[in-house]
Design a protein around this ligand. Sequence first.
Ligand SMILES: *Cc1c(COP(=O)(O)O)cnc(C)c1O
Length: 398
Amino acid sequence: MSALFPTYARSALSFERGEGAWLFDENGERYLDFGSGVAVTALGHSHPHLVEALKAQADKVWHVSNLHRIPGQERLAERLCEASFADRVFFANSGAEANEAAIKLARRYHYANGHPERTRLIAFEGAFHGRTLATIAAGGQAKHLEGFGEPMPGFDHLPAGDIEAVKAAVTEETAGIIVEPVMGEGGVRLIDPGFLRDLRALCDDKGILLIFDEVQTGMGRTGRLFAHKWSGVSPDIMSLAKGLGGGFPLGACLATEEVGSTMTPGTHGSTFGGNPLAMAVGNAVLDVLLEDGFLERVSETALRFKQRLAAIKDEHSDIFEEVRGQGFLLGLKCTSSISNGDLVKALAAQHLLTVQAGDNVVRLLPPLIIGEAEIDAACEKIEAACETVAPAAAAASA
Ligand SMILES: *Cc1c(COP(=O)(O)O)cnc(C)c1O
């Protein structure tokens, strides 16, 4: 029996070290990592520039608290603002915490502007915003809320894509709208860029705030630094985490000056958020992502991968219904003849690591640094896994 909370249905695999897109178990067997620790290790494992940055900071100072200035924070905040719509940044340790900051900020902004009644956020069905009490209420999924008492009030859930429904749901108490540009956990569901533009226009019209949860989609995952850049509209508030620290726990809430400046001293805080180790790694991740041509290469490589996957889907239409997603946030939607969990296991048996998502989807989230050789290897492993599950799938659909 394990001494851990039984919160996860873990595989039996355990890894000792990693190198680029590969993980090695204790027997020296290697696995191609197309899960990236759920979209976290954006630059793969043991990236020399990240290792160097962490080691160098470890020799200087690890932690000082936010009672003092942290130069690495100021630098990373300035660079994130330079690369985005934002003027202000709050650092946290995770995606849920980044969203907590975003939710508090949306309420506080209206409070500071004489509208303390504006506390409610419109959120979308199938969303995922984290596992704290506020963020499970924001996600609104019954399976995450069950057994944890009355959900935190203040969230109204609507189907994504229906702008008329959103317009009708805005009241005097609405503070803003929170949305993931691509629903990752929800099954790699792309939100129509036109809908994001309609939300922007509605928020401007009503004087409410648009929040993009880019915890999974941000930091180059879709081929742009932030997924909303594909839509041409910017939010007022954005949460980041996952790829931001490349594997070091790091989250951030970004906002415009008008909004972010309402979080005055004492309104929010975090003991660990933005500590020097996290900042050293975060700055190092950004060094690589902002290199000339890096994101263009991600887009091109990802497009070729998606085309390869589409061909595999056509060949195995008994197993796959659709290839979804953008950049290296890709999903294989399975037919009803097979469960995504079984396919993830079959892929792991071929030494390809992937991640389940909602809507019977298998997520492919390779590190952004992968090249053609790894894509070839992954496609071969997917084909091989298809051969092993095909008889069962054929029997199920017969
Ligand atoms: C993973 C995720 C979160 C939660 O992040 P944690 O670091 O697990 O708290 C929030 N929002 C989105 C969109 C995510 O993908």
